[in-house]
Write a protein that binds this ligand. Structure first.
Ligand SMILES: C[S@@+](CC[C@H](N)C(=O)[O-])C[C@H]1O[C@@H](n2cnc3c(N)ncnc32)[C@H](O)[C@@H]1O
Length: 511
């Protein structure tokens, strides 16, 4: 495969990637195996071999008698990769004999495993280690900060293993901790079969870690169940264009995104979205103007919020306090309870702009609760289906703006809209509230959403939850086509013909 990216360097971004040629949306840019993978500092205990959570009991590796591993039948055969490598096993075995290293010490220090595994690469894979050591660390900004102090535990643990012998090496451990913090990707740990419970992991991907950040990225990154990272262009890219990955949650407001970037990645983002107080016209962090009650107020400086409509200016603390109250309220409601979420949305809609990130999160949660209720109930009501459809449709325009092109969240939303349209149309047809022609209109409308979802899901790796959704959506596409043929047959059997609606006509389920 010809290289689709080049590494460049600038004072602002450090090293970063640019398109080496024109790239089409959906084109693969890079594929990357993890340099190291391991639990996060606050993960619970996981198997050192396969990363399945170890809930109540575990075995220790027979060879080293140190590493905790899966009990019973051992690690599932479907996980081909064994992370407790031969060299690590020998290293532990030696420490068991020379320093009486025991499994409980490893259990207590599971948060340092990733750092330890990275350091062991120094001897087992010196070339990759050298690349790892070139990654941005922001070490000077971290020195003597609380994070430096926090990592002293890891330094002490690695010291007890005899891996370090002087103060210089201690700062090497801090450097490894920093390289991991600044460059790691979140990875979904494997779920325990049936229970579905998993632990979050972090992985270092040496090629992908060079991607620069923008709050509206132009790539789609997915990590499959074998922990391989794949980065696709999420939109067309011109040769020489910077390749951006969004390090933050696109559905969070500017102050939260900036905080995350400042604390975790040590830079101030200055992208188009961050510079625009309306967040590209979504008003994602805005409140309803307390003065004119129709315009939205957005933060224009550290001290001030302005109304876009009546132009009145407000002191920062006044609006911030209002938003904070809404946020505090959201923290304490039961996010699995339909009524509590509905009440929250009703109340907060009187205070915050319709697309405020708190409302969007409540909307996403409520759509999930309703989806589960619809799937659980033998006879879900039309009201339930309509509400879920409405919520998903409210999310879509915001996602189109903030995640242009290919996005998993958008694909899932489109898929859910299609599901609601199909379920609702069937219910209306079965109760004779719509004719065969009306039913066809609804199914054709659902097909449009499903096709768009599939266009995005096709690039997802097969062995990932999104890849599984792609397979499911494909099955549903076939079923939808079969239903449409049956409905057409029914229409023809009545001696009628079906005339598809013109593009502007709106099917009745969307009223
Ligand atoms: C994951 S690393 C990216 C690779 C890094 N540039 C290097 O040379 O190793 C993240 C770091 O890149 C820099 N960076 C990435 N995107 C940036 C942006 N939009 N503005 C400023 N700095 C950025 C910051 O120093 C950040 O901590």
């Amino acid at each position: 495969m010809t290289t689709r990216y080049e590494i460049q360097i600038s004072d602002l971004l450090g090293r970063y990637l640019v398109a080496a040629k024109d790239l089409k949306a959906g084109e693969n840019i890079l594929t990357d195996e993890p340099f190291v993978l391991g639990p996060t500092s606050d993960s619970a205990l996981v198997c050192f071999n396969c990363y399945l959570p170890l809930i109540s009991k575990f075995l220790v590796c027979k060879n080293c008698a140190v590493a905790p591993i899966c009990p019973g039948e051992g690690c599932p055969e479907s996980f081909p990769k064994r992370w407790h490598s031969k060299s690590e096993c020998e290293f532990f075995r030696n420490l068991k004999l020379t320093k009486s290293l025991n499994p409980m010490t490893m259990v207590q220090n599971v948060g340092s495993l990733l750092v330890l595994r990275a350091i062991l690469k120094k001897d087992t894979d010196p070339q990759a280690w050298a690349e790892f050591m070139k990654l941005e660390t922001h070490l000077d900004e971290r020195r003597n900060s609380s994070i430096w102090e926090y990592n002293d535990n890891t330094v002490k643990f690695i010291t007890t293993l005899g891996l370090l012998d002087n103060v210089l090496d201690e700062s090497l451990v801090q450097k490894v901790c920093a390289a991991i913090d600044v460059n790691s990707f979140e990875v979904r740990g494997p779920p325990i079969p049936v229970l579905g419970y998993s632990q979050p992991l972090r992985g270092i991907y040496l090629k992908a870690s060079l991607l620069a950040h923008d709050c509206v990225g132009n790539t789609h990154v997915s990590i499959n169940d074998n922990n391989v990272l794949v980065c696709h262009a999420s939109m067309d890219l011109k040769k020489g264009e910077t390749i951006y990955y969004n390090y933050t949650d696109p559905l969070k407001g500017t102050s939260l995104r900036q905080h995350h970037l400042r604390i975790g990645k040590y830079f101030k983002c200055n992208c188009e979205r961050c510079k625009d107080s309306t967040e590209l016209g979504t008003y994602l962090s805005s409140a309803i103007c307390p003065e004119c009650k129709t315009g939205y107020v957005s933060q224009s400086s550290d001290q001030q919020w302005d109304c876009h409509e009546c132009k009145k200016k407000f002191e920062h603390s006044k609006i911030w306090h209002t938003v904070q109250c809404c946020s505090d309220k959201f923290d304490v409601i039961n996010k699995k309870d339909e009524k509590e979420l509905e009440e929250y949305i009703r109340n907060v809609s009187k205070i915050l702009a319709p697309n405020h990130y708190l409302l969007l999160e409540a909307t996403q949660r409520l759509a999930g609760v309703l989806r589960d209720a619809i799937n659980r109930e033998p006879h879900p009501t039309k009201k339930l289906m309509r509400r879920k459809l409405q919520l998903c449709k409210e999310l879509l325009p915001v996602l189109e703006k903030l995640c242009p092109g290919i996005s998993s969240t958008k694909a899932i939303t489109l898929y859910e809209i299609h599901v609601s349209l199909v379920q609702l149309a069937k219910k209306l047809f079965d109760s004779r509230e719509i004719t065969g022609n009306g039913y066809m209109d609804e199914l054709m409308n659902a097909e449009k959403y499903l096709k768009r979802a599939l266009e995005m899901l096709f690039i997802e790796p097969g062995n990932s939850p999104e890849g599984e959704l792609c397979a499911k959506a494909l099955e549903e596409y076939r079923a939808l086509k079969a239903t449409m043929n049956n409905v057409l047959d029914g229409i023809h059997a009545e001696g009628k013909t079906y005339v598809p609606p013109c593009e502007t006509a709106r099917p009745i389920t969307e009223n």
